[in-house]
Design a protein around this ligand. Sequence first.
Ligand code: 7JE
Ligand code: MG
Length: 214
Amino acid sequence: MDQSKEQRILNSVSYNAIKGDAESVLDCIDKYCSQKEWAMNVGDEKGLILDKIVKEADPTVALELGTYCGYSAVRIARLLKPSAHLFSIEFNAEFVPIAKEIIEIAGLEDKVTILEGHAQDIIPQLKTKYNVDTLDFVFLDHWKDRYAPDTILLEQYGLLRKGSILLADNIGFPGAPDFLKHVRNNEHYECTHYPSHLEYMKAPDAMEKAVYLG
Ligand SMILES: Cn1ncc2cc([C@H](O)c3cccc(CNC(=O)c4cc(-c5ccc(F)cc5)cc(O)c4O)c3)ccc21
Ligand SMILES: [Mg+2]
């Protein structure tokens, strides 16, 4: 059976990255996806915005919706302090083992827990099954029409606290209009827009930061 694109990305990381060196894993994926095969990683340009917001948040407990190959999980986890942890939710059973392997090559397996399932099914379990109190940082990068309903779930399950930072990818393209409608002109959120470009392309894209005000 032919290998998937995601398997080919893992092959490239496994062969070219320096084991235990998160930066080299990111560089390898960015090189492969800009020169060989495009893939929907947040990428190097929007990755710098992600880095900035993660450093600002300095989260103890972080959540990512949409692991894919683990690129943004590596990006986030490499910046976490020793006591901090990232939970990343992925439903696609083909992506999970690839992401786990890439995260392990980066040497970050102790900082990241991949939760297999749909966000709408896992979010309600975070407090009870995964002992989460509240989330300090959330990166939204899964199905764009799920950003809004899953943000509402986070609110309803008491997972957000004053100052929790949400960062959403692809506000420009493919776009997440319902999410923007929910967080902008909403007294419970303070929003900031970050214009950028689609990963590995010249096309415009953007990220949105939404700080929960309680
Ligand atoms: C419910 N639930 N819970 C967990 C969970 C996890 C997943 C998967 O990780 C998954 C699978 C497929 C698609 C996505 C969303 N991502 C995108 O669709 C995207 C597209 C493009 C783009 C841009 C230009 C193009 F021409 C084509 C695609 C650029 C981007 O950065 C993207 O993030 C996420 C899905 C639902 C999930
Ligand atoms: Mg994305």
